[in-house]
Design a protein around this ligand. Structure first.
Ligand code: HSE
Length: 374
């Protein structure tokens, strides 16, 4: 019987507790929770040491989110020889080069399937694909909050603020929703996916992220008039031995699978040199989808499955790949030089290197950009 210390009893932690309660192969023994709480069959504590120092607890399920104290707790649990399941993409993306080798060295199992794609078995299938083929591409719609906002603005004509509020009320958004809407959550998920798919550790500093917080109803109307749908999308490619990786709003023609993704759903794709394209669709956020994959990780522990395949070397990112962009923002000499034509007040550029577009955006933080999908 697996004996679990559950860290956190918020949206996801409560879901984990409820899914495990009727099971006979595992039990939640203690729950770390800041609030006053009483549970019928688990002790509640405010002190992590009660879990760390309980020798009968063999597995820690981390559902508190954020970097600190999640990092300190997870590291201590690994050092204490406890297996760890986490949904924390910020944690895994940030401390990849620390936690993955540490778990291996300590001989404990660490999994993070719920960290990307919520309830979709994306990371476990990505691992299966990488057992027999070279992965050339990972990416897609990875943030339920952003998809909910963009879909509500496009299909229902909701305002940005109203749609964000609904996503928060439904429990999709991070504690600080700027993490969602500025693309940071997607950036974390891209790093975790690319590292696992490509068997490398990508240089995070070289991966830019543009978010959706400056999109306006006018932008959305312009896209609709041109039969385009805007989605927040991550992309990582391996081409001719070099890696590109970036996060940005992207415009898909109606009829493309990405254009049709509704509400809080995700659509995440891999391309391998044997299987070709495989896309994974499902609920990317919310209590039960996320909790489902955390419990799946615990079940995987019972058969000895730890972190996904190959922990690989650090590699640089080269974003010289060129894309066309929709750009609404202050004009300057660079933007004028790359503009092909205008849609109202916005510029439509010729194909420009991704790193140049993101460098320009850094200097024009009030602008909104969206790439045309290749
Ligand atoms: N805030 C995240 C999202 C939660 O909206 O996708 C799931 O990772």
């Amino acid at each position: 019987m697996m004996r679990i210390g559950l860290l956190g009893f918020g949206t996801v932690g409560k879901g984990v507790y409820e899914i495990i309660a009727p099971r006979e192969d595992m039990t939640v023994v203690r729950v770390l929770c800041r609030r006053e709480l009483s549970l019928p069959d688990a002790a509640v504590t405010h002190n992590f040491d009660d879990i760390l120092q309980d020798p009968t607890i063999d597995t820690v399920v981390e559902a508190i989110g954020g970097l600190h104290p999640a990092y300190e707790y997870v590291r201590a649990a690994i050092l204490a020889g406890k297996n760890v399941a986490t949904a924390n993409k910020a944690l895994i993306a940030t401390y990849y080069d620390d936690l993955i080798p540490l778990a291996k060295q300590q001989g404990v199992l660490l999994r993070c399937t719920a960290s990307v794609g919520g309830g979709i078995g994306w990371l476990s299938e990505l691992e299966r694909a990488s057992r027999i083929e070279r992965i050339r591409h990972v990416g897609g719609i990875m943030n339920g909050t952003c998809n909910y906002i963009l879909d509500s603005m496009t299909r229902l004509g909701l305002g940005y603020g109203e749609a964000l509020k609904q996503a928060q009320d439904l429990g999709y958004a991070e504690a600080d929703p700027t993490t969602d809407v500025e693309g940071i959550d997607t950036w974390h998920k891209l790093i975790v996916s690319a590292n696992i798919g490509f068997h490398v550790s990508l240089d995070r500093e070289g991966i830019p992220a543009a978010g959706i917080s400056r999109i306006s109803a006018g932008d959305v109307a312009c896209f609709t008039a041109n039969n385009l749908v805007c989605k927040l999308v991550s992309t990582a490619d391996l081409r001719d031995g070099s890696y590109s990786a970036f996060v940005q709003p992207t415009l898909y023609p109606l009829g493309q699978p990405e254009a049709a993704v509704p509400a809080n759903y995700n659509l995440i794709t891999l391309e391998g040199d044997v299987s070709g394209r495989q896309s994974f669709f499902g609920q990317g956020a919310g209590r039960y989808p996320t909790a489902y994959n955390m419990v799946q990780d615990c079940v995987d522990f019972t058969v000895g499955k730890g972190f996904y395949r190959g922990y690989g070397p650090k590699v640089a990112v080269d974003n010289s790949v060129k894309l066309r962009y929709y750009v609404r923002g202050e004009r300057d000499a660079w933007l004028d030089a790359v503009t092909e034509h205008h849609w109202g007040a916005a510029a439509v550029t010729k194909a420009v290197p991704v790193f140049e577009m993101h460098r320009w955006l850094k200097n024009h933080p009030q602008a909104f950009i969206a790439a045309f999908a290749e």
